[in-house]
Write a protein that binds this ligand. Structure first.
Ligand code: NAD
Length: 322
């Protein structure tokens, strides 16, 4: 990557903070401005190890048009990478409004600013959840980039709407865009409300681990650093207007993941407690990553069994994070 100034939004969250660290370590020539609202999911301490003068934090809302336009006017960005989102499905079931504002309106504000300031590449960090779900009894079915969008939750509907806006700005205004749709991520610095850190916290405290329904719902897990590398690859090599699915064929039922955590921590499976299922709970996600592998040469590096153990160790060694 040449000398580039990158706007990363939502960089104090789980994936954004891993991405900023990854990029500053990898490239000496880039500088990063991180625009983050510091919601319950954003933590400044996720990036407290960064001392580089190539990094700057700005506290603000991506849907604040005046703030965003002033920031673009001042900073002269080359690239925009939009991680900022309300990302918790359960929260979207109880309070969809904020998902519409951040995930849809916020994305549109960033697109408008990117258009006005002729940004060289706008990258939208999307999710496989925009495709809806797959049946549990047809394990040969996978999401490809051509799978029709069929989101189930207010979260995934808001992410799908943002994807449509990104594509529309590419088609209508010729904005240089790419979209990545990744499967579930695991790794350090994830908000403790999410499945893996939440279950580690409960297990460490010898509390009941609440598992939705019968625990058979399947998620496709990818290490967060593999996701970061995929985004970097797409921003550098991806074709404008294209969408890339990102995943590593690590399909696990929620119960398998919870059992892995319990056995790694030498805790009994008796701690599991099955609770009423989430309304609209998607059954199975499974990504076909053939396009990004064949066209861009990206391949995940983390083996799930190794990565999950390393991740559990990280939370055990950083208990204040939980
Ligand atoms: P996260 O919830 O951990 O972090 C979101 C960040 O966005 C936080 O730092 C928060 O403060 C910030 N934010 C929220 N609203 C904002 C606003 N209006 N303006 C500025 N900043 C705001 O999320 P994450 O898990 O890191 O996910 C990042 C992106 O990746 C999201 O767009 C999500 O949809 C997508 N994604 C996540 C996963 C996953 O497994 N976590 C998988 C695929 C895609």
């Amino acid at each position: 990557m040449q000398t580039e100034k990158i706007l990363v939004t939502g960089g104090c969250g789980f994936i954004g903070s891993n991405f900023i660290t990854y990029m500053l370590d990898k490239y000496n020539s880039i500088s990063i401005v991180n625009l983050d609202l510091l919601t319950y999911a954003g933590k400044l301490e996720n990036l407290s190890h960064i001392t580089s003068n190539r990094y700057k934090f700005i506290h603000g809302d991506i849907s604040d048009r005046s703030l965003v336009f002033k920031l673009f006017a001042k900073e002269n960005f080359d690239i925009v990478i939009n991680f900022a989102a309300e990302s918790h499905v359960d929260r979207s079931v109880s309070n969809p409004d904020i998902f519409i504002n951040t995930n849809i309106v916020g994305t549109q504000v960033l697109l408008d600013a990117s258009k006005l300031y002729s940004i060289k590449r706008f990258h939208q960090v999307s999710t496989d959840e925009v495709y809806g779900d797959l049946p549990l009894d047809a394990l040969d079915l996978f999401f490809t980039e051509k799978t029709p969008l069929n989101p189930s939750s207010p979260y995934s509907a808001s992410k799908a709407s943002a994807d449509f806006l990104v594509n529309a700005y590419h088609t209508t205004y010729k904005l240089n865009t790419t979209i990545s749709r990744c499967s579930n991520n695991y790794g350090p610095y994830q908000c403790s409300e999410k499945l893996i850190p939440h279950m580690i916290k409960k297990a460490l405290n010898n509390e009941q681990l609440p598992v939705y329904g019968d625990g058979k719902n399947i998620r496709d897990w990818l290490h967060v650093l593999d996701h970061c590398e995929a985004i970097d690859t797409i921003v550098n090599l991806g074709s404008s207007g294209d969408i890339y699915n990102v995943g590593g064929h690590n399909e696990k039922s929620n119960l398998e993941v919870v059992n892995t955590i319990l056995s790694s921590l030498n805790k009994s499976e008796d701690l599991i407690s099955f609770i009423n299922d989430r309304p609209g709970h998607d059954l199975r996600y499974a990504i076909d990553p053939t396009k990004i592998k064949n066209l861009l040469g990206w391949n995940p590096k983390y083996n799930f069994d190794f990565g999950i153990k390393e991740t559990i160790d990280w939370y055990v060694n950083n208990p204040s994070y939980l």
